[in-house]
Write a protein that binds this ligand. Structure first.
Ligand code: B12
Length: 209
């Protein structure tokens, strides 16, 4: 079995204690950080499909998520780009009612590597909290809101509406998450949308330039 396949299987099985060493082994065997990350993202899709099929339940999703986070910790230093040219501060968070943070954390890592200073509000973030954080921090040029559940899409809409109704005229809003489409992002008045962490970084740069 290839080292990357091993990483994929350990995430699916939620083996948090073994994953760090396995990711390191995959790197030592010449694996590219982006490929190892993609293998872990693919694992989470498998986990989601098994949950949909009733083969696993919330605790198994949670332990797989923990394993993925531990694997990402090993890759993080290798994924950081040249952030010497500051594009300002980006406030990021997962919207109210939503506890998913793996995607948000990857997006944060990639936007940071594109040259932003990140302020991460975590999960279950009420709309007003994004505005407060944007006012409390210096030079906020971007707010990034993540939503993973169809049931929290209204919270995403509320977050964008609250930000747009505040006096943060120089601040752009980018949204994303599995149920979000470019059409939905446009409909709720977001300035930008991206489907994954890599394109989120590209879009983030584009929005503030
Ligand atoms: C892990 C997981 C959990 C973990 C989360 C742990 C954590 N720390 O994040 C736990 C166990 C807590 C959980 C709970 C629940 N979950 Co869940 N979960 C998942 C799972 C398996 C993986 C999510 C993930 O991490 N994916 C990997 C990352 C890398 O992908 P991503 O999040 O999509 O992020 C990428 C893009 O979307 C985008 N992106 C994300 N955010 C942003 C933000 C911006 C600004 C941009 C530009 C882009 C962007 O870029 C990211 C990186 O490329 C998914 C299945 C799936 N296929 O997604 C279900 C899934 C999302 N969960 C689901 C459900 C139903 C639930 C629960 C309601 C289950 C329950 N009965 O309790 C609860 C809800 C809890 C809550 N209130 O939030 C459903 C949602 C269905 C729906 N359409 O709404 C899914 C799809 C599973 C399924 N197939 O049914 N879950």
């Amino acid at each position: 079995m290839s080292k990357i396949t091993e990483v994929k299987e350990l995430v699916e099985a939620g083996k948090s204690k073994k994953i760090g060493a396995a990711v390191q082994d995959a790197l030592n065997a010449g694996g590219q950080p982006a490929d190892i990350l993609q293998a872990m993202v693919d694992s989470m899709s498998v986990v989601g499909d098994k949950f949909s099929a009733g083969e696993i339940f919330v605790p198994e999703m949670l332990i797989a998520a923990k394993a993925m986070s531990k694997g990402v910790d090993v890759l993080r230093p290798l994924m950081a780009g040249d952030n010497s040219a500051s594009l300002g501060t980006c406030i990021i968070g997962t919207v109210a009612g939503d506890l998913h943070d793996i995607g948000k954390n990857l997006v944060s890592m990639m936007i940071e590597s594109a040259g932003f200073t990140m302020v991460d509000l975590g999960v279950d973030v009420p709309a007003e909290k994004f505005v407060e954080a944007a006012k409390e921090n210096d030079n906020v040029t971007l707010i990034a809101c993540s939503g993973l559940l169809t049931t929290t899409m209204p919270a995403l809409k509320e977050a964008v509406a609250t930000i747009k109704a505040s006096d943060l005229s120089n601040c752009k809003v980018i949204v994303g998450g599995a149920p979000v489409t470019p059409e939905f992002a446009a409909e709720i008045g977001a300035d930008g949308y991206a489907a994954d962490a890599g394109s989120a970084a590209v879009k983030a740069k584009e929005l503030v330039k």
